[in-house]
Design a protein around this ligand. Sequence first.
Ligand code: AP5
Ligand code: MG
Ligand code: ZN
Length: 217
Amino acid sequence: MRLLIMGPPGAGKGTQAEIITKKLGIPHISTGDMFRKAIKDGTAMGKKAKAYIDAGQLVPDDVTVGIVKERLSEADCAEGFLLDGFPRTVPQAEALDDILNELGVKLDKVISLEVPQEIILHRLTGRRICKGCGSSYHISNNPPKVAGKCDKCGGELMQRTDDTEETVASRLRVYEQQTAPLINFYESHHIICHIKGDQPIEQVLQRIGNCLGRDLA
Ligand code: AP5
Ligand code: MG
Ligand code: ZN
């Protein structure tokens, strides 16, 4: 399946994407994760992206579209993929249409996770991610079995540099202004599922499964 998951910062895109892609055996393509890896590896692209990310702003479209185009052309995407956090602007969505046309494929579904702003701050300031594999936890909503250690790889857990109150406020503004209009864009393609994201992780997953017509449990 060719899927896209969208929603405001902290909506649970990464959390759901990790489970769905494992179940369906398709790659999880998160532009945020790709940028964080480039920053960790100290690449030129990572250096460019870091300033935007730490300010809660979007990385320029040309950079972002370039890395997604390259990634979607890799062999493991031939049978499907799940895009997480891309597209985030109308030009990115138009570029994605062009890339998919060139590859001769179409999106099957767009999952839109809807979460009220009041609960986002709590989710993001309590989030911890694994230094090793990037898995995401929450100190109270989704704690690891051993405090500070990743369940999957034993890696050390840390906070993301853009999860401060100030940067989250900026990310939310950017989402409302530049990304929320995409809901209408995909509404017109008739493939969007609106999912209430302020439910326990398993319930959100079940609703996504209903929308995809797959048992994801
Ligand atoms: P990105 O990494 O994509 O960040 P984001 O969109 O702000 O979203 P998050 O990753 O913060 O949230 P999420 O929805 O994945 O939530 P999660 O599952 O972790 O992008 C980072 C930056 O990179 C951007 O600001 C931008 O600068 C740049 N960038 C990326 N893509 C770009 C693009 N296309 N164009 C330009 N720039 C781009 O969950 C959050 C927390 O809540 C966790 O602690 C989790 O355990 C918990 N949680 C999850 N689900 C639930 C639930 N159901 N109930 C309770 N708690 C839950
Ligand atoms: Mg994420
Ligand atoms: Zn890990």
